[in-house]
Design a protein around this ligand. Structure first.
Ligand code: ZN
Length: 1049
């Protein structure tokens, strides 16, 4: 209960010389270091008025009444275009892309020197800086002497993975893997080294394939694979529909005949003695379920430093008693190494994934708001940290010592309070800022742009009314829905109505603005056809109050689909649309959010015009990175201006072909916005999916015009930031808006020693404007442990957070590095982390044993999932836009989302208990967990599939689909019929819950076993070898094990 423990007592270490010169942070806003730094964009509106804004009679614009009758009704919903994530026709044709193998391009940069560079302010700002710093976090170097492992030295005798869990080491997983016989090392009894049948030479490991498993041949038929094409057998033969057996065929190199092997092979119809039991390697499902059993439903009280929270997959109730809830901050480890040396040896990234506006469940206390009066929040004079439980009151309460920089500060007279016998203020529990990990301060004018209180934000809806969006019914759908959603705009707690003002624009090659003044009987349209220099042709009447202008708005939304119903215009502009929204937000002197509903590649003559440059021939070349980079710098510059003017951009894409997501996503990505994509949108099948996204997006809690600063105590500091945001300098994270789903991942590096007594302290302060236009500071504090022992570090790790960090840094690294290099770095780092554990923490054991730290035993499987994600896969079968899209999505994800994205949830629906509230326990994502008679739901936060086995029970099919048999099921459905029986109700409630839990609503795709569209689904069975490449979990684990062994020799 006490905070004494981590408000450590003196002597404090001397503050770093640099700390004094630390920029003053938010308090300096009045001198405008954070605003207007993009070259005059933050001029007062009055000055801008004379420039870009033009009168209605401008030659560039024309004014007309909107009310003319529509010539033809809109046509939509007529197409029979195939819908889906992407064209599944491409799915089945390919096989493996070689996964990485170590050592070919060893990274040369030193861990230490890289982090040094990050501390400098001299690094080039803006996007290129991120690119150049890319791999700073991922360097592998300097671990022992084993920098490079020649991949051309395969073990002729592979390590049979032996699942001998040793009970003596509760924190370790021990799997005995005999070393390669060729290296003269011993072989465990029962696994003779001469298992290669005479006359049969084990094939050389395929290039790029995990080589650790190229073990003794078993004479297995599936062993006859062509080197370099290891996955040939992966999904091809499906004898008798038996799953599992054939799948094992791709891992023929693992002798199953090891001592003590569980006899699960007998369940398989194949030659069971050849199979390695997949249950012998760490199972994500088991880890998740065990954590649930241990901690589900429990109270997690955040009263001590370094507490390791339950896994993200475990439901618990958090009680804030001085440290921020894991809903707000999760760390890669809750015990930091005390020195840079230990950090460097272990290679474990030190990072926090911060989701400042995370939603709290109703049974947890909401965030408290604190006012410190006109002088603003109390802060340390030196490091500017905000008053928090980490400040230590001394001298009878007259002074306090800062927990971050040790500076002694005076307590302002109005804030004075006596101390009790424990040295704690008598009002400790009355003040959130003294007793809680998370709270908000009311910010004073010093924290406002130009020292003026902000105006409430604006929402501007910008609808592409070109042919494609009209024809597919999208425009009508949007207009109908907006009429409802305008009543549900976000508002401050307890406010009766939303303070947000709204505006509307439609566009194709030209832009149409609407005057919605409440005094008008009809909306007025103002057309801007000169898109070269965008301006807003009206000031008064563009942004309006929903209540006041409701009749005019409804009138407009009724008319838009009709007005453009007969359009033949197929070309669109894009950048001018953003510019128009930006100008409107600037003119209104407020922050804002643009909702852009866009259909196609913007090829019309205009700034930001794009060309189709999709070229999948670049995949797996050094130029592949180009596919993820924007076409030009134009959108980056535009994004920068949007951030400077706190204009956040959400883009909903409805493409029928390539639209260059890599370029069009730059602005949403950098402004804290969201990106949605609906390929080949069809109203019948996609409307629900899109509307769910739109409803969520508009109603989300969101903060505008935000700057985030992460402070730490002496000894380490935040050096790198990953997320949907913008960095104008090395310390301040800027976002035009940040919503409840967006997370920013922060990496830390040592710049000195950390003391075990003080621990590692983090304070994240986010200055923002709320939906009512009030300026607030949201503070999250977290105290972590420190130790000079590797074992403490390893046992305090959170693998889910590690994967979040690895994914975001790798996804950024591919902008500047070949994918192959990025994959190698990930694999090498995984091996280094685990080798360091083996070397420093594990008890002596045979070199052939794979030993994994308990808290990290899922690192190999999750890392392999990351390596075979679309983005890192390097397969030309995958649509470029889909890869770019997923790259952008992951960049803003929190730990919950990355966990399910990389290791999807596979639920055996046929086993659901209709009498229970619980959803059925997930099974491992592997083909062999499927059953012909089963029905499985699979979701990863973006895609959702209902897979139906060939022999699904007719009763269940009848209950769910209301058809008599498997053959009658219509797989074009994207929602299940609402039937009045317990099975139908249960499965629909499971699907609804999964959708609610995710930031993105997921379209339900129904798949029958052996349908050709099964491909996308198969790729998500992440423990298996991927259809488009990527090693199986088993192969990868063996490969990592081999790497570890090399590092240890
Ligand atoms: Zn301080």
């Amino acid at each position: 209960m006490s905070h004494q423990g981590y408000v450590a007592t003196p002597p404090y270490s001397q503050a770093k010389p640099g700390m004094g010169g630390y920029p003053a942070g938010f308090s300096s806003a009045t001198s405008q270091p954070h605003y207007g730094h993009y070259g005059g964009t933050a001029q007062p509106y009055s000055a801008a008025q004379t420039g870009p804004l033009k009168p209605l009679s401008s030659p560039h614009g024309s004014s007309m009444s909107v009310g003319h009758p529509p010539p033809a009704p809109g046509q939509f919903g007529q197409t029979s275009l195939q819908n889906g994530i992407y064209n599944p026709g491409n799915q089945m044709s390919s096989h493996a892309t070689p996964p990485p193998h170590g050592g070919q391009t060893p990274p040369t940069q030193s861990h230490g020197s890289k982090s040094q560079a990050n501390y400098q302010n001299t690094a080039p700002p803006v996007f290129t800086q991120h690119v150049s710093n890319q791999l700073g976090a991922m360097q592998i170097s300097n671990y022992g002497s084993a920098q490079a492992h020649p991949s051309s030295t395969p073990s002729p005798c592979g390590p049979p993975l032996q699942p001998s869990f040793q009970g003596s080491e509760p924190q370790q997983l021990l799997s005995s893997i005999p070393p390669p016989a060729a290296q003269g090392l011993s072989v465990p009894p029962g696994v003779p080294s001469a298992t290669v049948p005479p006359g049969m030479v084990p094939p050389p490991p395929p290039v790029g394939m995990p080589v650790g498993h190229s073990g003794p041949s078993q004479g297995n038929a599936s062993y006859q694979q062509v080197p370099g094409q290891p996955s040939m057998t992966a999904y091809l033969p499906q004898h008798g529909g038996m799953y599992g057996v054939q799948q094992r065929g791709i891992q023929p190199n693992y002798p199953g005949a090891y001592p003590g092997a569980p006899a699960t092979g007998a369940q398989l119809a194949g030659p069971q003695q050849k199979k390695l039991d997949p249950d012998s390697i760490p199972s994500p499902i088991q880890v998740i379920e065990e954590d649930k059993v241990r901690r589900s439903g429990q109270l997690f009280v955040s009263n001590t430093k370094g507490q390791i929270p339950p896994l993200v997959t475990t439901n618990c109730v958090v009680q804030d008693q001085g440290n921020a809830s894991p809903r707000f901050i999760r760390c890669t480890t809750y015990c930091f190494p005390s020195t840079a040396d230990i950090a460097k040896q272990s290679q474990i990234p030190l990072a926090a994934v911060i989701k400042p506006f995370a939603l709290l469940p109703p049974n947890e206390a909401p965030i408290c708001v604190v006012s410190h009066g006109e002088s603003g929040p109390i802060r340390c004079n030196r490091c500017k940290a905000y008053m928090c439980p980490l400040m230590q009151f001394i001298e009878g309460g007259r002074r306090y010592q800062c927990g971050f920089c040790s500076c002694i500060n005076e307590v302002p007279p109005f804030y004075f309070q006596h101390l009790d016998h424990m040295g704690r203020r008598l009002d400790h529990y009355d003040k959130p800022e003294l007793s809680l990990g998370s709270y908000e301060f009311i910010a004073t004018l010093d924290y406002c742009k130009n020292s003026k209180p902000p105006n409430p934000p604006a929402f501007i809806f910008m609808i592409d009314v070109s042919y494609s969006n009209i024809r597919n019914g999208c425009v009508k759908l949007i207009c109908e829905e907006l009429k409802n959603l305008l009543d549900k705009l976000p508002r401050e707690d307890h406010a009766a109505i939303s303070a947000i003002r709204v505006g509307f624009v439609t566009y194709n090659k030209v832009l149409h603005f609407y005057n919605l003044k409440s005094s008008l009987a009809q909306p007025q349209m103002l057309v801007v056809s000169d898109v070269g220099e965008m301006f807003v042709p009206l000031l008064d009447g563009f942004l309006v109050n929903v209540q006041e202008s409701r009749p005019v708005i409804n009138n407009l939304l009724d008319q838009i689909p009709e007005m453009f119903g007969d359009t033949s215009e197929s070309e669109t502009v894009f950048a001018p649309v953003i510019q128009a929204g930006l100008e409107a937000v600037k003119a209104a002197e407020c922050s804002g959010k643009l909702f852009i509903f866009h259909s196609s590649l913007p090829t019309a003559e205009a700034p930001g015009k794009l060309k189709n440059r999709d070229d999948r021939k670049l995949v797996n070349t050094d130029k592949e990175k180009v596919l993820f980079q924007p076409q030009s710098n134009f959108y980056e510059a535009l994004a920068k201006e949007c951030v400077a003017n706190s204009c956040c951009v959400d883009v909903f894409l409805f493409p029928n072909q390539y639209v260059d997501v890599a370029t069009m996503g730059i602005v949403p990505m950098s402004t804290g916005g969201s990106l949605y994509k609906y390929n080949n949108f069809q109203i019948q099948t996609d409307a629900e999916h899109f509307l769910n996204d739109l409803r969520k997006d508009i109603q989300k809690p969101v903060g505008f015009d935000a700057i985030m600063r992460v402070r730490t105590n002496t000894g380490f500091r935040a050096t790198d930031f990953l997320g949907s945001m913008y960095m104008n300098n090395t310390t301040d994270v800027e976002v035009a808006a940040i919503d409840c789903d967006k997370a920013i991942t922060v990496e830390f590096k040592h710049d000195d020693k950390l003391s075990e007594e003080n621990g590692a302290l983090i304070q994240c302060a986010l200055l923002y404007t709320n939906v009512a236009g009030h300026r607030r500071l949201r503070i999250h504090n977290l105290a972590l442990n420190c130790s000079s022992q590797h074992a403490d570090l390893y046992k305090s790790c959170e693998t889910d957070a590690l994967i979040n960090f690895f994914a975001k840094s790798a996804y950024r690294a591919i902008l500047s590095q070949p994918l192959k290099t990025v994959r190698e770095i990930l694999v090498n780092q995984t091996a280094h982390i685990l080798a360091c554990y083996r070397k420093n923490c594990a008890s002596p054991s045979s070199a052939g044993q794979l030993i994994l730290p308990e808290a990290m035993k899922l690192l190999p499987v999750y890392m392999n999932c990351l390596l075979k994600s679309y983005v890192l896969l390097g397969s030309s079968d995958l649509p470029t836009d889909e890869r770019a899209f997923q790259r952008l999505l992951v960049t803003s994800m929190d730990v919950v989302s990355t966990q399910s994205f990389f290791y999807p949830r596979l639920l055996p629906i046929h086993k659901m208990d209709v009498n229970s509230e619980e959803i059925p326990a997930a099974v491992r994502c592997s083909e062999e967990r499927l059953a012909d008679g089963g029905i499985f739901l699979l979701e990863n936060g973006i895609n959702m599939f209902l897979w139906l086995g060939l022999n699904s029970q007719p009763e269940l099919i009848q209950s769910i689909f209301n058809v008599p048999s498997f053959a009658h099921i219509n797989t074009d459905l994207t929602s299940l019929p609402e039937l009045d029986n317990p099975y139908s109700k249960k499965i629909r409630s499971i699907i609804a819950n999964l959708r609610n839990q995710n930031p993105y609503s997921m379209k339900l795709i129904i798949l029958k076993q052996k349908d050709k569209s099964e491909g996308i689904f198969r790729q998500l069975l992440v423990e298996d070898k991927g259809l488009h490449g990527g090693a199986s979990y088993m192969d990868f684990l063996c490969y990592v094990h081999k790497e570890i062994r090399q590092l240890l020799t």
